[in-house]
Design a protein around this ligand. Structure first.
Ligand code: SAH
Ligand code: SF4
Length: 368
């Protein structure tokens, strides 16, 4: 017998066609869609405005494979909460809730791949390799759960989303765009695209494709060095996407969208934090309206890098500010629970030792 299809892998169009093929009126598609996406139910019996007969038919034809919260842990210092979600096939990905100090803003950080194939040298996720891409509904569902958890823990819905968890979003672009479409649609979560930021290492070919779609969300590029040799040394992807090509693609992106581009720059002691590096960064970012986020490196016990000392960061910032560039320095949130970006990693025994994921014991999982 064929395996039943997961109902959340159907587009609105496909759902409508299916319903009309079994003799249901057109308005059913909207009702069904609302149950699946806005109310995010996990069983057909919860769809109380559909007839028992239709529910039975849906049960015969489809299955649910819901994303579940597997565990969570809150940082005692900054209240950041890291969640581990279980996907079909027992894959685990992570998402993080980051409240601002006054909880006026709550930002969700979401994942797009189980692991990541790009192997940046400073990134824990990169050590996993790629297991698989997330389906659009899996991206949407873990965001939906984070939104629910935000209301529970911080008394408010999400205000911002960063696509900065596990994975490289431009390597799973179709599913990411589909998920963001529903997240921003009134038929989904109705969030403003202006409050969404997608972070990429800057895959050149995909950036052109994205630019032509004129997205309304914000783009952040993980630059980490504006000198080709240095960048290739810490980010192997730079070899096939070198900086001159990246500049061209980003100029095109700006032309198509009119958007300012954010550059993320991890401060790695002795690697990319000299005045020569700052000058290269200044020259690079002058090609388009831009903003620079200097990020404190999250050291892990086995990291080969160290974070830049504060006085070095200060000199770097001064250099950039004296050239009238917009610079912010971001302290990593949630670093005490390995929740900060770049520390999201699947829990294998080795990583359990590395990152001390003791909280991920099965008895912790029923938390809803
Ligand atoms: N693949 C995308 C999005 C996920 S990574 C990208 O690389 O942009 C999200 C951000 O976390 C990136 O800017 C990445 O460079 C940064 N990051 C990775 N490892 C880190 C670490 N150990 N400390 C701080 N930031 C890190
Ligand atoms: Fe992948 Fe981003 Fe980590 Fe690089 S920094 S390995 S692209 S998740």
């Amino acid at each position: 017998m064929d395996k039943k299809q997961n109902i959340k892998e159907l587009s609105y169009q496909e759902l409508s066609e299916y319903l009309s093929s079994i003799g249901e009126p057109a308005f059913r598609a909207k009702q069904l869609w609302q149950w699946l996406w806005q109310k995010n139910v996990t069983g057909f019996d919860q769809m109380t405005n559909l007839s028992k007969k239709l529910r039975a038919r849906l049960k015969e034809d489809f299955v649910f494979e819901p994303v579940e919260i597997y565990s969570y842990q809150q940082s005692p210092t900054d209240q950041t909460i890291k969640y581990t979600f279980r996907l079909k096939g027992n894959h685990l990905v992570e998402g993080v809730l980051i409240p601002s100090r006054s909880s006026e803003r709550v930002t969700a950080c979401i994942s797009t791949q189980v692991g990541c194939p790009l192997g940046c040298k400073f990134c824990a996720t990169g050590t996993m390799g790629l297991k698989r891409n997330l389906h659009a509904y899996e991206i949407y569902d873990h965001l939906w759960l984070l939104n629910q958890q935000s209301q529970k823990h911080f008394g408010r819905k999400l205000t911002n989303i960063v696509v900065m968890g596990m994975g490289e979003p431009l390597l799973n672009l179709d599913n990411v765009l589909l998920a963001l479409d529903i997240i921003t649609s009134d038929q989904g979560l109705g969030m403003s695209p202006q409050r969404i930021t997608l972070s990429t290492v800057g895959m050149v070919k995909e950036l052109y494709r994205l630019a032509d779609m004129k997205p309304k969300f914000n783009l952040a590029v993980s630059l980490h060095s504006a000198i080709d040799e240095v960048r290739s040394g810490i980010m192997p992807v730079n070899k096939s996407n070198p900086l001159p090509d990246l500049v061209k693609a980003l100029k095109y992106f700006h032309k198509q969208t009119g958007k300012r581009i954010t550059f993320e720059y991890l401060m790695l002691a002795g690697v990319n934090d000299s005045i020569k590096d700052a000058k290269a960064l200044a020259d690079f970012t002058r090609n388009f309206p831009s903003k620079i986020n200097l990020i404190e490196y999250n050291e892990t016990p086995h990291s080969i890098f160290r974070k830049s000392p504060p006085e070095r960061v200060r000199e770097f910032v001064n250099f950039l500010e004296n050239r009238n560039l917009v610079v912010t320095v971001r302290r990593s949130k949630g670093s005490d629970i390995a929740a900060a970006c770049g520390q999201l990693v699947k829990i294998t025994d080795r990583n359990k030792q590395l990152f001390n994921f003791d909280h991920l014991k099965p008895e912790n999982k029923n938390i809803s």
